[in-house]
Design a protein around this ligand. Structure first.
Ligand code: 0PR
Length: 379
């Protein structure tokens, strides 16, 4: 090997890596991902060769995927789930709508205005018709409007358990009532899937949102968000085998069936999901969620103390504060090294309180935020 070129490449890569932000910097306040659990990091490099697109070559990884799907099912009240690990919430949502289209042979997708933009991607890709439903004062889907819009053309009704912008939890129980046995109900719990079960255990008053409800057919849940797994690790869970069958293919030259969107798929994160879930267990995740919610309450208090108004009290670990010009605030905070995010309606700055967003991070952030808000007449 040419040593000179090797060290030149490594130098270049190190520079690129240094340019990136890292969760451990305590500066990333607008991401739904976080530093994975150490065991997930370690196992990721062990399984880089795995490709569940050709499962016959990787029976060990395949077994782990099956176990992971079962574990996720047990988290979401389904002892016999079908499904697979995906590249993330986008792929899971697109796959769910693909299944709904195949099963029903219909084309209208009912989802809330708050739904992640992957629903629009799915509609574009598959020529589906989006039917957007308005939100109530807590940014949750209006169930009566959704019920009115269900028609003979409906392929799928979707609700979100933990919306991207405000962390709102749609009343999935009510959606389940209006869908049961008549319509395909998909739940996007990409973010909420690893949060809501533990919030409920901690006594928060949130609706059921998973397979406990008869009407729920499929669930998106992302281990690479609050599940502490490495990217890419999403999951799509399905109630019935026939849903998977509707999209399965068995190319002659492969060693197994593919019932998913991706062909070759990065599978190195699968053992990490297994390991993180095993090592953390329900107690571990409950502790993580509790600590994120403590910081959420603290950040909400600090926002209010400097004179900002919250559009809604956080139901999950996302805190927003209304501002007239989020872009300007974000730009000025960016110059001070802070990476925060925003919402569209109402206009807010937005912080996702992931495990790396600690009380100390909040204490460092608030003085800079206060200065910037004062300078812009926001407070
Ligand atoms: N469903 C919901 C409710 C989501 O919030 C997201 C992602 C998705 C689906 C799609 O998931 P994937 O991004 O895994 O495909 N929401 C964030 C977003 O798109 C994800 C994110 C992650 C944002 C890391 C920033 C970031 O640094 O905005």
């Amino acid at each position: 090997m040419n040593k000179g070129i090797y060290s030149q490449i490594m130098k270049e890569l190190k520079k690129a890596h240094d340019e990136d932000y890292h969760f451990s910097d305590g500066r990333i306040l607008g991401s739904m991902c976080t530093k994975p659990h150490n065991i997930a990091l370690k196992t990721h490099s062990m399984f880089v060769e795995s490709n569940l697109g050709n499962p016959g070559l990787y029976p060990g990884t395949k077994k782990l995927e099956k176990k992971v799907i079962k574990m996720l099912g047990s988290l979401l009240h389904n002892r016999n789930p079908y499904g697979h690990i995906t590249g993330g919430g986008t792929e899971s949502n697109i796959t769910a709508l693909w299944i709904a289209k195949k099963i029903t042979k219909k084309k209208e997708i009912i989802f809330p205005e708050s739904a992640h933009f992957s629903f629009h991607k799915a509609c574009d890709l598959m020529d589906l018709k989006p039917v957007e439903i308005g939100l109530d004062e807590k940014y949750r889907i209006r169930v009566d409007e959704a019920e009115d819009k269900i028609s003979d053309n409906t392929a799928c009704v979707a609700g979100v358990a933990g919306t991207t912008e405000f962390g709102a939890v749609d009343p999935i129980d009510k959606l389940s009532d209006i869908c049961a046995e008549k319509n395909f109900l998909h739940v996007d719990a990409a973010f909420g899937g690893f949060v809501i079960p533990f919030l409920k255990e901690l006594g928060h008053n949130l609706p059921d949102f998973d397979f406990k409800l008869d009407g729920v057919c499929s669930i998106t849940v992302d281990p690479h968000k609050m599940g502490m797994a490495s990217i890419p690790a999403g999951a799509l869970l399905l109630r019935e085998k026939k849903y998977l069958k509707s999209i399965s293919r068995k190319p002659v030259y492969l060693t197994g069936v593919q019932a998913c969107l991706s062909g070759t798929r990065c599978s190195a994160s699968v053992p990490g999901v297994y390991a993180a879930m095993k090592i953390l267990g329900k107690d571990g995740y409950r502790k993580i969620v509790k600590s994120c919610m403590d910081v959420t309450a603290y950040l909400s208090k600090r926002f209010k103390e400097i004179g900002l108004t919250l559009p809604v009290e956080p139901e999950m670990n996302i805190v927003c504060a209304k501002v007239k010009n989020p872009d300007r605030i974000i730009r000025m905070l960016d110059k001070k090294g802070w990476k925060i995010s925003k919402t569209k309606k109402p206009k807010c700055i937005r912080v996702v309180v992931m495990p790396h967003v600690t009380r100390k991070v909040v204490d460092n952030f608030i003085p800079d935020l206060e200065k910037v808000c004062r300078k812009n007449g926001e407070i």
